[in-house]
Design a protein around this ligand. Structure first.
Ligand code: ATP
Ligand code: MG
Length: 674
C-alpha cells in the first residue's frame, strides 16, 4: 500500500453528500440542510481538504459565521483537522480587522473608536430631540436603528420602509427616523463607529477605492459562510464586496434555523443561492448525526407546526436515547433548583459539566439559574465565557505568561509547557485544587484553569509547543474573542447557542409569554420564536429536558401556561413526568451503578481513541447506562440490551464482559477496527 494521502484522510469522515460538497473545492457550493446534519462538519472538512491537498493556500481562505462562539467552534474544528492558518471569524470581527488595516487609507487616520454599547448614544440623540424615553423605548429605538442599518435603510428612507415592513415601534416611524439621523450625526462628530458601521465602511471602501478592492481580493480568494440563513443585506453586501463578482464561495445553512430576522436577516439569500449561481454544486443533507432519534423526532414535530417548515425532515442516525423530558414547576426558583439538581446527578455520573447547557429565551432568566447551580455546587459558565479575555485575572495571566515566554527564550530549562503554565499561574495564587463553587474565587479559578487546559490541548496537537506558542495562541484567540473551554455548565440564550451542541440540554422557562416572547404578535414573529425553540432542541445530542414554571415567585398565583409550541408535543400530565434524576430512563444511572458506568465510559474512550472515532460511535451514553443498570453476565444477556446490535456484539462483547467482570478498563486491549 502507498502512504495514505493526508488530504484524502480528511474525507474519510464524511458521508457521500458531504463528500461531494468537500470535493468541490472551488465554489460556488451551497449546502441546504437541517440541524445536526453535518453542515459545519462538511465545510470544515472541505476547507481542510482544500488546504491539505494544496488546492488553496490557507491564508487566502476566509470563513465567516455569526456568533463569536460559532467562530470559535469553527477554529477548533479546523485546527483538529490540521487546517492551520485559515481565518474563521464573525462578519464583524473580519471587517474590524480589515478596516483597522485600511483605516489610514480610507479614513485618513487611525482606527476610530468602536462603540459597543450604542444605547447611551441613542439616549443622547433622543434627549437632544427633547424626547422623553424610558429604558424599554430606548432599547426599542436602538433595535430599530440596528435593523435599519442591517437592511441598508438610511434615516431618510426609514419611515417609509418601516411602514412597508410592518415594523412595530413604540413611537412613530417619523420619530424613529429623526432619532436615527441624530444618532448618526452625533456618532460621526465624535469620530466613532458602531458595529454596523464596520461592515458599511469596509464594504464602502472596497466599492469606492480600486486599490483597496484589489488588495483585499488578492488577499482573500475563497469564502465560506456558515449559518448563511441568517445573513442580512448588510452582511451580504460585505460578502459581495469581498467576492467582487468571483464565484469562489461556499454557503451552508438551514432556513428552519433563521432566528435573526427581527434584526434584518433573511433566508432568501440562502434559498436563492442556486438561482443566483446556476453552476453551483447544491447539496442537501437529511441524516442527523448529532442527536438521538428521540430528540430528532421532537424537533421534526415542532418544526412541522410552521407552515413553511415541513419541507425538511431529519432522520436520526444515532442509537436510541432517553425520551425528551417535560416538567412543570410551581415557580421559577423551584424550576431552577430542579434543573441544578439534575445537573449535579449527571456530573456525578460522569457527564462533563461542559457537556451540559441550560438555555433560556432572555438573559434576565439566567440569574435564578446562577444561584441554583452555585447552591448545588455546580460550576457554570455564563453565556459561554464571552468577554473571557476582558476578565482581570486573564489579563494578568497573559501579562505574566508573556513575560515568562520572553525570559524563557534564553534560559531554555526544558520545562514542559503545561508545567510552565502551572508555575506561572501559581504566582496568581492558582492551585490545582479548586475552591468551592459559586462566588468570584471559583469563577477566577475556573478561568485560570481554562488556560491550563488550553496548554494541555496545545501540546496534544503541537507536542513541541512552548510558552511563546501559547502566548501566540492566546493573542489569536483574544483577537477573535474565542474563549477557551471553561469547565462548567453553560448558561446561554437560545440565540447564542446556534451551531453548538451538548450531550444534555435543558430548555427552561418555556411559558407562553416567554417562548414565544410576549412582544411577538404577528404570524411571522411567532414562526421565528418557534424556530428559536427548534434551534434549542436540536442542540442536544443525548437528552433534552423542557420545563416551565406556573408562577414567577413562590406564593404567587400560578397563572402561567406552558408554551403553546409544546401543545401536541408533551404528554398530558407533565407535572410528574419530570424524570427523577438517576432513574433508569436516561444517561444518569443510579449511584450504585455510577462506578460501573464510569469504568464503561473509560473503556469506551480508550476503544474510541484506538479506532479514531468519537466515543458515541462505540456506544451511546444511553446504552452504557442500560448496560450498567442490567450488568449482563453473558453474551446472550448483553445482546438483549437496546443499542447492542449484532455487529457491536460481535466486536465488543469480549472487552465489555471483561469490564463488567471487574477488569480495569485501561488494561483491556482495544479491539482492532475491521
Ligand atoms: P447546525 O445546523 O446545528 O449548525 P450542522 O449541520 O452544522 O448543525 P454539525 O455540527 O456539522 O451539524 O454536525 C453535528 C454533529 O454530527 C457533529 O458532532 C459532527 O461531528 C457529527 N457528524 C456530522 N457528520 C458526520 C458524519 N458523516 N459522520 C459522523 N459524525 C458526523
Ligand atoms: Mg453548524
Amino acid at each position: 500500500m502507498t502512504e495514505p494521502d493526508p488530504a484524502e484522510a480528511v474525507l474519510a469522515g464524511l458521508d457521500p453528500e458531504q463528500r461531494a460538497a468537500a470535493l468541490a473545492v472551488r465554489g460556488p457550493v451551497c449546502i441546504l440542510a437541517g440541524a445536526g446534519t453535518g453542515k459545519t462538519r462538511a465545510i470544515t472538512h472541505r476547507i481542510a481538504y482544500a488546504v491539505r491537498s494544496g488546492a488553496v493556500p490557507p491564508t487566502q481562505l476566509l470563513a465567516v459565521t455569526f456568533t463569536a462562539r460559532a467562530a470559535g467552534e469553527l477554529r477548533t474544528r479546523l485546527r483538529k483537522l490540521g487546517a492551520h492558518g485559515v481565518q474563521a471569524r464573525t462578519f464583524h470581527a473580519a471587517a474590524l480587522r480589515q478596516l483597522t488595516y485600511f483605516a489610514p487609507r480610507v479614513l485618513g487616520g487611525g482606527m476610530p473608536e468602536v462603540v459597543d454599547r450604542p444605547l447611551r448614544l441613542v439616549g443622547n440623540a433622543a434627549a437632544r430631540l427633547r424626547l422623553r424615553t424610558d429604558r424599554v423605548e430606548l432599547r426599542d429605538l436602538a433595535a430599530e436603528i440596528d435593523w435599519a442599518k442591517a437592511v441598508l435603510v438610511t434615516p431618510d428612507d426609514y419611515a417609509a420602509r418601516a411602514r412597508a415592513a410592518g415594523r412595530e415601534t413604540s413611537t412613530t416611524p417619523d420619530t424613529v427616523a429623526k432619532v436615527y439621523a441624530e444618532y448618526e450625526q452625533t456618532k460621526q462628530r465624535a469620530g466613532q463607529l458602531d458595529f454596523s458601521d464596520l461592515l458599511l465602511v469596509m464594504a464602502g471602501a472596497i466599492e469606492e477605492y480600486p486599490d483597496v478592492a484589489e488588495e483585499i481580493r488578492a488577499r482573500y480568494r475563497h469564502f465560506v459562510v456558515d449559518e448563511y440563513q441568517d445573513v442580512s443585506p448588510l452582511q451580504q453586501r460585505m460578502l459581495d464586496a469581498w467576492l467582487g463578482g468571483r464565484e469562489d464561495v461556499c454557503v451552508v445553512g438551514d432556513a428552519n434555523q433563521t432566528i435573526y430576522s427581527f434584526a434584518g436577516a433573511t433566508p432568501e439569500h440562502l434559498l436563492g443561492f442556486p438561482r443566483r449561481y446556476p453552476e453551483a454544486v447544491v447539496v442537501r443533507l437529511e441524516r442527523d448525526y448529532r442527536s438521538t432519534p428521540q430528540v430528532v423526532e421532537l424537533a421534526n414535530k415542532l418544526v412541522r407546526g410552521n407552515s413553511d417548515g415541513a419541507k425538511l425532515t431529519l432522520i436520526g442516525q444515532r442509537a436510541d436515547g432517553p425520551a425528551p423530558a417535560f416538567a412543570e414547576h410551581d415557580d421559577e426558583p423551584a424550576e431552577a433548583v430542579s434543573v441544578a439538581a439534575q445537573c449535579r446527578v449527571f456530573i456525578d455520573a460522569g457527564t462533563p459539566a461542559a457537556e451540559i447547557a441550560v438555555l433560556f429565551r432572555i438573559n434576565a432568566q439566567s440569574e435564578v439559574y446562577e444561584q441554583a447551580l452555585a447552591d448545588a455546587g455546580v460550576a457554570y459558565v455564563l453565556r459561554g465565557g464571552e468577554r473571557f479575555f476582558d476578565r482581570p485575572e486573564i489579563r494578568e495571566a497573559r501579562l505574566l505568561l508573556r513575560g515568562a515566554a520572553r525570559a524563557g527564550a534564553d534560559s531554555d530549562d526544558g520545562a514542559k509547557l503545561p508545567d510552565a503554565v502551572r508555575s506561572v499561574l501559581s504566582s496568581l495564587n492558582w492551585h490545582a485544587e479548586h475552591p468551592p463553587p459559586g462566588g468570584t474565587a471559583r469563577e477566577r479559578w475556573e478561568s485560570l484553569s481554562a488556560l491550563v487546559t488550553l496548554a494541555d490541548d496545545l501540546i496534544a496537537t503541537m507536542p513541541e509547543a512552548q510558552l511563546p506558542e501559547l502566548v501566540g495562541e492566546l493573542d489569536a484567540r483574544a483577537g477573535a474573542q474565542h474563549a477557551p473551554t471553561v469547565q462548567g455548565v453553560t448558561l446561554a440564550s437560545l440565540h447564542s447557542a446556534k451551531g453548538l451542541e451538548w450531550d444534555v440540554v435543558f430548555l427552561v422557562g418555556l411559558t407562553d409569554t416567554t417562548v414565544p416572547i410576549q412582544h411577538a404578535t404577528t404570524e411571522a414573529q411567532i414562526a421565528e420564536e418557534r424556530r428559536l425553540l427548534y434551534v434549542g432542541i436540536t442542540r442536544a445530542r443525548e437528552r433534552v429536558a423542557l420545563s416551565w414554571a406556573l408562577a414567577r415567585s413562590p406564593g404567587q398565583r400560578r397563572a402561567r401556561r406552558p408554551s403553546r409550541f409544546l401543545d401536541g408535543l408533551r404528554p398530558h400530565a407533565t407535572r410528574d413526568a419530570a424524570p427523577k434524576p438517576g432513574k433508569k430512563k436516561g444517561p444518569a444511572p443510579e449511584a450504585a451503578d455510577a462506578e460501573l458506568f464510569g469504568r464503561l465510559r473509560a473503556w469506551r474512550k480508550a476503544q474510541a481513541d484506538a479506532q479514531g472515532s468519537p466515543p458515541y460511535i462505540v456506544f451511546s451514553d444511553a446504552t452504557l447506562v442500560a448496560i450498567a443498570d442490567a450488568r449482563p453476565p453473558s453474551r446472550a444477556a448483553l445482546a438483549r440490551i437496546s443499542g447492542v446490535g449484532p455487529m457491536k456484539l460481535e466486536r465488543y462483547a469480549e472487552p465489555l464482559l471483561a469490564v463488567l467482570g471487574g477488569a480495569d478498563p485501561h488494561s483491556v486491549d482495544p479491539v482492532a477496527t475491521p
